[in-house]
Design a binder for this molecule. Structure first.
Ligand SMILES: OC[C@H]1O[C@](O)(CO)[C@@H](O)[C@@H]1O
Length: 814
């Protein structure tokens, strides 16, 4: 009974022929049965092992050669087929028994042999089989790989499509790259041009610095040599004597400053005038009330009414100070001052006639109007002085603002004593005398020139500006000043004026504005007015008699005046920042001494000697406090606020800073009595703390403005308020060796050839912005070079040559 397995027909396809392993045991070992073998004979016992094997590689390669994705392929045949056929010869039925027995022994041995051989064969087969299985398994992996490859192929095709679309994108990107590259070239070109422009500006700045240096040195040299050197020597050195006159104190400069500071005198006078006749004014109020309502005013109400009279002045001051910038731009510095005097006269008259009119309301109104007048003065006068002063005298002349304030204060203190006008009949005249500075200024001011900076940079009246400068400098050689103004104008993009909102929002102007405000606060919150308003009381409370306390207060005014006078020459030598630091530092120390003197009185008041000593200490401390105020914080805030800004933002900045000053002044006046009640011996301690804070702030933030042009000061803030520049007086001065400085003085006095001057960079005609499209929107086409040989300068806008409005014709008679 043969057991067969059908072999698969796929065999025919294989390259490798079917391998047929034929193990026929009978033919190998049995000699008794040499019968021929018949494959189909079922007597024969045979073992046939057929092993069919596919050549998978062949099959795979044929499939894989088909590159067109076809229908799903049939599953591959799994490996090969093993056929094992065992046929038993003993299955024949016609064999005899003897034969059978004979055969049995043989057969057993044969069978055993066969079995052994079969076992061998099976083991060979099994090892073959496992080898085959291994192969087959490898074949499986091939098949799986094929499927995977198919998938990969599909994905590859998709990938190909994506690559194609990517290629088109790459083309586009390439085109963009080309465009970007050309733009980069353009940017590079622009960068180079900016670089050139920057170099040009640097050279221009250096040129201006050198010119300034020459002017400064001329002045100091001429001052030193005026007595010792013959004029021939000066001209031999190439220095024109006119230069000395031009940058020095000319008659018109002194005249104009004298006329202007009357406004500050007015401020000082009205600040102090109300203190001395306090009792007389309160009597007047009581009388008026009694006459009107036929009843007495309570002491409290009188005090309240009096404090209204005092503080309404500060409220007017705030209003006037704040509107100063607006007035300065609309009517000019001189024009504004002239108009302001109308208010000065009006306010003074109202106060002077209040008693005759039997009305304390008139007194209040008069105080308010004179307050507005003083507020405007504190804004306009420092602005005017700063603008007309030559660079090297700006500090000293700026100090005259405060000197005038102290004169006004002193005058009011002296005139206010009982022996002069501090009486029930005298006080209206005392207050009404405020008409004098106003009238005097009305008379003097029309002859003064308007600020040339205002004329040139705000109004663009070049001719008027030149004339004004010529009068102020007493020379026709004013081109250098004009040039400095133009440089400033160019640097600020010809901004005629800047509004307050623009000022507050501008990042470059915010820092100087903050400094300006803090400087004003350092003046008022130092506690100076606490001393001024309440000094008599302070002295009495620290042990002085009423009489000596009054004289000590006048003494304070006198000291203040002299110290301010002394500080004038120091301003342009030592510098504003340094003096302000000295001033605040000294005030801090003496404020501590004031507190100590109060404490000594508290704890050792029972010892008479101690009381005497303490009175002495308190007077000396207060005087010291005032002396140091005069050194710096008295005058510097007024001038430095004007100095910190260039022409455009200056009026708006002054308005804000002056408003802050008045507000702080008002605050101290209102709060100090309460402080005294609550803090007692420690009343001055808050001022000490504030003084320390202001000192630190000044040290860290305030730049030195001495000998710097407005443009140079603005540049400090444009460059981010570089701390290293804070105390630098003149960067270029320090960079130049002494020999070069001396050479410059001589060489630069001669007109400079065009070639020695920085040449403005020219823009290529194919510049990407196009010709003339360079972003300098506010400048106009260049004009012809000025005589000093500087490069062509742009003019900000068409010049209006003459005054046209009625007030202008009145203010600037031609
Ligand atoms: O000189 C003292 C006076 O100076 C001011 O500070 C103005 O500069 C006044 O507020 C003060 O009364």
């Amino acid at each position: 009974m043969g057991e067969t397995r059908p072999s698969t027909g796929v065999v025919a396809h294989h390259k490798k022929p079917m391998r047929k392993l034929d193990y026929r045991g009978s033919g190998q070992s049995h000699r008794h049965h040499p019968q021929p073998r018949h494959d189909d004979d079922d007597d024969e016992r045979e073992v046939v092992l057929e092993l069919q094997e596919y050549d998978h590689h062949d099959q795979l390669s044929r499939w894989e050669d088909r590159d067109v994705p076809g229908p799903p392929r049939p599953p591959r045949p799994r490996g090969g087929v093993l056929q094992l056929r065992v046929r038993n010869r003993h299955s024949r039925s016609n064999v005899s028994l003897a034969d059978r027995l004979e055969l049995q022994g043989e057969d057993e041995a044969t069978l055993r042999e066969l079995l052994v051989s079969l076992q061998k064969q099976v083991s060979v087969m099994s090892s073959n089989l496992s080898a085959k299985l291994d192969e087959l398994q490898r074949g499986d992996r091939h098949l799986e790989t094929t499927v995977a490859l198919h998938e990969i192929r599909t994905q590859l095709q998709e990938l190909t499509r994506s690559v194609e679309s990517c290629q088109s994108e790459v083309c586009e990107v390439k085109r963009d790259m080309v465009a970007i590259r050309s733009e980069l070239d353009t940017v590079q070109q622009v960068k180079e041009e900016i670089e050139e422009l920057r170099e040009y500006v640097d050279r221009l700045e250096e040129h201006t610095h050198r010119r300034k240096l020459r002017l400064l040195q001329q002045n100091s040299l001429l001052r030193d040599d005026a007595e010792s050197q013959p004029s021939a020597e000066l001209s031999g050195a190439g220095l024109k004597p006119t230069a000395q006159v031009r940058q020095g104190l000319t008659f018109f400069l002194c005249y104009a400053i004298g006329a202007a500071v009357l406004g500050m005198l007015q401020f000082g006078y009205n600040t102090g005038v109300i203190n001395a006749p306090e009792q007389n004014i309160e009597n007047f109020m009581k009388d008026v009330y009694k006459n009107r309502y036929n009843e007495d005013l309570s002491e409290e109400t009188v005090k309240l009414l009096y404090s209204v009279g005092v503080s309404i002045f500060a409220i007017g001051g705030m209003l006037g100070g704040f509107s100063g910038g607006l007035i300065a731009n609309r009517f000019g510095r001189k024009g504004g001052l002239l108009l302001n005097n109308v208010m000065g006269v009006g306010g003074a008259c109202l106060m002077g006639f209040a008693k005759i009119a039997n009305s304390y309301e008139l007194l209040f109104l008069g105080r308010f109007i004179i307050g507005v007048n003083c507020g405007l003065n504190t804004s306009l006068v420092p602005m005017y002085i700063t603008e007309i002063a030559p660079l090297n005298l700006r500090g000293g002349l700026g100090t005259l603002n405060q000197l005038a304030v102290t004169i006004g204060l002193l005058l009011s203190q002296v005139l206010g004593i009982e022996q002069i006008l501090g009486t029930d009949d005298g006080w209206p005249l005392l207050l009404g005398l405020a008409v004098c500075p106003a009238v005097l200024q009305l008379v003097l001011l029309p002859m003064c020139p308007e600020s040339p900076r205002y004329l040139l940079m705000t109004k663009h009246w070049e001719e008027e500006a030149r004339k004004a400068l010529q009068r102020l400098r007493a020379s026709s050689q004013v081109e250098e000043d004009i040039e400095e103004m133009r440089a400033e104008e160019r640097a600020q993009s010809a901004e005629a004026s800047i509004s307050m909102t623009e000022l507050i929002c501008s990042p470059t102007l915010r820092q100087p504005l903050f400094i300006g405000i803090l400087m004003q606060l350092s003046q008022q919150l130092s506690g100076i007015n606490a001393v001024f308003y309440y000094s008599t009381e302070l002295f009495i409370s620290s042990g002085l008699t009423g009489e000596s306390a009054k004289f000590a207060t006048i003494g304070i005014g006198v000291i203040m005046f002299f110290m301010t006078l002394v500080s004038i020459p120091m301003m342009d030598k030592t510098g504003r920042r340094t003096l302000h630091l000295y001033g605040l530092g000294g005030m801090f120390i003496f404020s501590i001494f004031i507190t100590i003197s109060f404490l000594i009185k508290e704890f050792f008041g029972y010892v008479q000697e101690m009381i005497d000593w303490m009175s002495y200490l308190s007077v000396v401390s207060t005087l010291g406090f005032v002396v140091f105020f005069a050194v710096g914080p008295g005058s510097i805030p007024w001038m430095i606020t004007a100095e910190l800004f260039s022409q455009g933002p200056r009026p708006a900045a002054m308005s804000i800073a002056v408003l802050v000053n008045w507000m702080a002044n008002f605050l101290v006046g209102i709060v100090f009595p309460t402080m005294k009640t609550h803090l007692e011996n420690y009343t001055f301690l808050p001022f000490s703390v504030l003084l320390a804070i202001f000192w630190i702030f000044t040290y860290r933030q305030v730049p030195e403005t001495k000998n710097k042009t407005f443009e140079e000061i603005s540049a400090i803030f444009r460059h981010g308020g570089d701390r290293s520049m804070l105390n630098c007086v003149n960067a270029l001065e320090q960079r130049l060796p002494a020999s070069e400085r001396a050479a410059l003085m001589v060489a630069e006095e001669k007109p400079l050839p065009d070639s020695s001057l920085p040449a403005p960079p020219s823009r290529s005609p194919n510049h990407p912005w196009g010709r003339g499209a360079c972003p300098r929107p506010r400048t106009a086409p260049p004009r012809s070079p000025p005589p000093t040989g500087l490069p062509p300068l742009p003019s900000p806008s068409p010049m209006r040559r003459t005054a046209s409005e009625p007030w202008e014709r009145w203010a600037y008679p031609s």
